[in-house]
Design a protein around this ligand. Structure first.
Ligand code: 5GP
Ligand code: ZN
Length: 114
């Protein structure tokens, strides 16, 4: 997708602080972190949003979560805790329409959400 910000990051056209990459998933630090750890885990394949997921993407989505878990361990927040967020659509505040899992942690967060 030529006009997608995250596809440009994945192609190396826009710099990012990449912390993990494999053949299907890449993770980089959010440019505007809301917590000491704020990493975006994204599929290398362009998928607009959860609402666009297909059955064939199930393994890929599972991989986003296991990569996030591993990164949480590397960040040292596996015991203090962390939050995983996927925004879908306008009411959820999705601004980048390339599926991404937010890994957020490193301080006490507010609850409830919404
Ligand atoms: P959304 O609201 O779509 O779930 O989250 C998009 C996220 O992308 C936001 O947290 C925002 O700070 C982050 N973001 C926007 N532009 C860039 C960028 O150019 N580089 C990086 N690393 N993150 C970005
Ligand atoms: Zn994209």
């Amino acid at each position: 997708m030529t006009d997608c910000l995250f596809c440009k990051i994945l192609a190396g056209e826009i710099p990012s602080d990449t912390v993990y990459s494999d053949s299907t998933v890449t993770a980089f630090r959010d440019i505007n972190p809301v917590a000491p750890t704020h990493i975006l885990v994204v599929p290398n394949k362009h998928i607009r949003a959860v609402s666009e997921l297909e059955e064939e993407d199930e393994q890929l989505v599972g991989h986003l979560f296991t990569v996030a878990r591993t990164l949480a361990e590397e960040e040292g927040i596996e015991e203090s805790g962390y939050r995983l967020i996927i925004n879908n659509g306008p009411d959820a505040g999705q601004v980048v329409f390339h599926l991404h899992l937010h890994l957020i942690g490193g301080h006490k967060m507010q609850y409830p959400m919404g």
